[in-house]
Design a protein around this ligand. Structure first.
Ligand code: ZN
Length: 240
């Protein structure tokens, strides 16, 4: 989850207090890693030592009430080292094409324009580019958790971008899952887009979750909360 160190609304302490109130035994904060080409949403390089120090302080302050982990959500294209963090979520937020980094979760309009300008109007070529990047996220970030596997589908409940039942869409995600399963790294079940009103179901989709499960994959529940009220959103529907 995220705090004022990146694009979240609350301080780390507010998030920890909310986690204690909700009865959690462990809480992980995972600031967006520094991305040199887009600093609009991520932790700034100069703030990283302060983030580490503040989380260390809070871990000690609340040690008898909750276990606090200091993580990072490492973007595929971040080059900042992750050695100082307790855990790493590896996430793809951009597709790099024709020398541009195209954000996949900012707006449907950006995706529509990218399909037209960079993929000859073929939405499945965009999806294939996205999932082939995701397939490589463990190699690239050495992550402990795979973040929001099918983020590319963020807007499809409201916007006509592509059909997730299309054979090329299915083939693209299956190939990525098959590749990622080789690493044995768990996939995040991410309820963040539900709490923020973009979706009615978590990432990955029910179909993808079923496929991962069938093939021996594991999951970690994440609310990807950007505010204290969204923490642990929807966790009650899962048998932990
Ligand atoms: Zn993310």
């Amino acid at each position: 989850m995220h705090t004022v160190y990146c694009d979240g609304a609350c301080t780390p302490e507010d998030m920890i207090l909310s986690a204690i109130e909700k009865g959690l035994s462990t809480v992980g904060i995972s600031a967006h890693s520094y991305t040199f080409f887009d600093t609009s949403y991520c932790m700034q390089k100069a703030d990283i030592p302060r983030y580490l120090a503040e989380l260390r302080y809070l871990r000690a302050k609340y040690f008898d009430r909750i276990h606090v982990l200091c993580g990072v959500e490492q973007d595929y294209y971040s080059d900042y080292p992750t050695d100082d963090f307790d855990y790493v979520i590896g996430s793809v937020h951009y597709i790099a094409v024709d020398g541009e980094y195209i954000p996949v979760d900012e707006s449907a309009e950006i995706l529509r324009t990218a399909i037209k300008d960079h993929f000859d109007g073929d939405p499945y070529a965009l999806c294939e580019a996205y999932f082939s990047t995701v397939a490589d996220v463990v190699n690239m970030t050495a992550c402990d958790i795979i973040g929001h596997f099918d983020l590319i589908s963020k807007f499809i409940e409201r916007e006509e971008l592509f059909d997730t039942a299309h054979p090329r869409y299915i083939a693209a995600w299956q190939k990525a899952v098959d590749e990622l399963l080789k690493h044995g790294v768990p996939f995040e079940i991410n309820t963040g887009a539900i709490s923020r009103g973009y979706r009615t179901s978590p990432y990955p989709s029910a179909e993808i979750q079923a496929y991962i499960k069938e093939h021996g994959g594991r999951f970690v529940l994440s609310s990807d909360a950007h505010s204290a009220d969204a923490l642990a959103y929807g966790f009650d529907q899962y048998d932990q």
